[in-house]
Write a protein that binds this ligand. Structure first.
Ligand SMILES: O=C(O)[C@@H](O)[C@@H](O)[C@H](O)[C@H](O)CO
Ligand SMILES: [Fe+2]
Length: 361
């Protein structure tokens, strides 16, 4: 019997026992799943993560036979993105957090550089023909939403869970944040990102921490705020501006795939050596600026998951991969996008593709 060599590490995102409906014991039973990607959900952007809290998080995960494969996310304070004078203090705090993570051997940090809002959707429970519900996006609907009400809308449809990237402390400041971003155009945002990365690279080098920026989701500007990580060209520009290997990517197929012009397998091949983490999920294009999330299976959506996994296989992807948002199926109630069942199906499917790639290559 040939043993399948999994270079790629299959993982699942986990929000901690206080915030997640899914348990580590359940995750451990997903075939081939070796670790979790997690965060200290009770910290705010800009805070230093204490060594004790990091140790406790790691210990809890390892006690259930899993590995802490990376952090998603250590969020970036808006002052850094805006480029306020206070940015240096927040960068210093970020560096301390990285040091504390590095001392525990944690070597992967996912983050994003989207102003004010993280991922955005117009519906968190759209019913698909098979009765599953999914996250969906329709630019026409989003255009009708008052951005300051966006937090309320997301919260009221989140099944009572705190949504990642939509932490309530930012809610109170949305109006103020919009004003603060008034003078920040794409160029300025890019400069601020480069400034941040250059400042933290020596620490990343010292502790061998790979920074993995997540793409903008959806892959275009929303509410008139600049977004700069969403095409092959602008990602390439960032990788060149800070050429260290530790300035790398979370390659998120669902985020990039929201724009049908993005050729994802081509991007994976082009960014070889700089992709430290993969988010692999499918979605279905319904028209310009309009998509539903789908099952991971290629035929359920618009992305060719075989071609995507083949590109990952070809570049010798060694970092963790995780199924991304799942559909809500089989009456599961969870944080939208983050139930157990559909993500477990996704992981199993992706592992199956990988096994086939291993055996035919
Ligand atoms: O992965 C996703 O699609 C999202 O859930 C984001 O919240 C993502 O975790 C962040 O943008 C990364 O910082
Ligand atoms: Fe993602």
């Amino acid at each position: 019997m040939k043993v399948v060599k999994f270079i790629m590490k299959m993982t699942l995102r986990w929000f901690g026992s206080k915030h997640d409906s899914v348990t580590l014991k359940q995750i451990r039973q997903i075939p081939g799943c070796v670790g979790v990607i997690t965060t200290l959900y009770d910290t705010k952007p800009g805070e230093v993560w204490s060594p004790e809290a990091i140790k406790a998080m790691k210990k809890e995960i390892e006690a259930d036979g899993l590995e802490l494969s990376g952090i998603e996310s250590v969020n970036i304070h808006d002052d850094i993105k805006i480029g306020l004078p206070t940015k240096d203090q927040y960068i210093q705090n970020y560096i301390e957090t990285l040091e504390n993570l590095g001392k525990e051997g944690i070597d992967l940090v996912c983050y994003n550089f989207m102003p004010v809002f993280d991922w955005t959707r117009s519906d968190l429970a759209k019913v698909r023909p098979d009765g599953a519900t999914v996250l969906s996006y329709d630019q026409e609907l989003v255009d009708k939403i008052d951005p300051t009400k966006m937090f309320d809308q997301m919260e009221s449809s989140s099944n009572g869970f705190a949504l990642p990237g939509w932490e309530p402390e930012r809610l109170a400041r949305v109006k103020e944040l919009f004003e603060m971003y008034e003078d920040v155009n794409e160029e300025k945002l890019f400069e601020n990102l480069v400034y941040f990365l250059k400042a933290i690279m020596p620490t990343c080098e010292k502790y061998r921490i790979k920074m993995a920026i997540h793409q903008d989701d959806p892959a275009w500007p929303v509410f008139g705020l600049p977004r700069i990580i969403n095409t092959k060209e602008n990602i390439q520009r960032l990788l060149e501006a800070v050429p260290e290997v530790n300035n790398g990517l979370t390659l998120c197929t669902g985020s990039l795939g929201s724009n049908p012009d993005n050729d994802i397998p081509d991007m994976i091949r082009s960014f070889k050596g700089r992709i430290h983490f993969g988010h692999v999920r499918n979605l279905i294009h319904l028209g310009p600026g309009k998509f539903d999330e789908a099952a991971h299976l290629s035929t359920d959506g618009s992305l060719d998951m075989y071609e995507i996994m083949k590109a990952f296989h070809e570049i010798g992807m060694e970092g963790p991969i995780r199924p991304d948002h799942g559909r809500a199926i089989w009456d599961e109630v969870s944080m939208p996008g983050y139930g157990l069942y559909d993500r477990a199906l996704g992981a199993t499917y992706l592992n199956g593709i990988w096994e086939a790639l291993e055996k035919t290559s």
